[in-house]
Design a protein around this ligand. Structure first.
Ligand code: GRF
Length: 217
């Protein structure tokens, strides 16, 4: 079986990268991590790539004068590695509309909220402040607007009364690690189409798009 080649863009800890690397150890999972690119040197995500024996490189945005040049370097590295799907996994640079267009429907992101609620930064603190009872994560196709695009998969987790942002973050992160490999598997299967702002999945059990992590769900 030929597996879809993933490029994973990271900036830090890389736990979602790890989830993808772990999924790829199963030969029946339909994708493999072909390249990890970090815009930050020395981050844990690079150690994870090395431990998994996956090629990795740093393209430091501070070394590249303009965003266009930074993105051209990313694009060239991804294409050289034969990448077919780009996964943003805690990548802390906003990509231009031009880059998004070049990887249209082949660029996916994970965000730690139930989009369209709470896009952007400080997600968990904002969710707690807003008093929502549920939060979660979203894997979506990337569009030019940050944290917006057709949703592939979501998982909900409860927000508990005493939660601090770090408590909620940890609960959501567990959900992220289950959702990202599943969403990538769907994308790699090719059994999906984009209709307007939504993704239609040709799946015999569509209810599994909602990952229930908690019996109260
Ligand atoms: C995750 O919460 C992800 O949803 C967000 O950034 C965080 C990255 O964590 N985009 P990690 O680097 O994958 O551990």
């Amino acid at each position: 079986m030929s597996r879809m080649k993933l490029g994973v863009l990271v900036s830090g800890r890389g736990s979602n990268l790890q989830a993808l690397l772990d999924a790829a150890t199963d030969p029946t999972w339909p994708a493999e991590v072909a390249l990890v690119l970090s815009n930050q040197p020395g981050v844990q995500a690079l150690d994870r790539a090395a431990a998994a024996g996956v090629p990795a490189a740093v393209i430091d945005h501070r070394d590249v004068a303009a965003r266009a040049a930074f993105e051209a370097a990313l694009d060239a590295a991804l294409r050289d590695a034969g990448v077919e799907l780009v996964c943003l996994a805690g990548f802390m640079r906003v990509l231009s509309a031009d880059f998004v267009a070049r990887w249209f429907n082949r660029l996916v992101n994970i965000h730690p909220s139930l989009l369209p609620a709470f896009p952007g930064l400080d997600t968990h603190a904002r969710a707690i402040k807003a008093g929502v009872r549920w939060s979660g994560c979203t894997v979506h196709l990337v569009r030019a607007t940050v944290d917006q695009g057709p949703i592939l998969i979501q998982a909900a987790v409860p927000v508990l009364p005493e939660d601090r942002p770090e408590d909620l973050a940890a609960r959501v992160l567990t959900a992220e690690h289950r959702c990202y490999p599943r969403a990538v598997a769907w994308l790699a299967s090719g059994r999906w189409t984009v209709v307007g702002d939504t993704v239609r999945l040709a799946d015999p059990a569509p209810v599994s798009r909602r990952v229930h992590l908690n019996p109260v769900g």
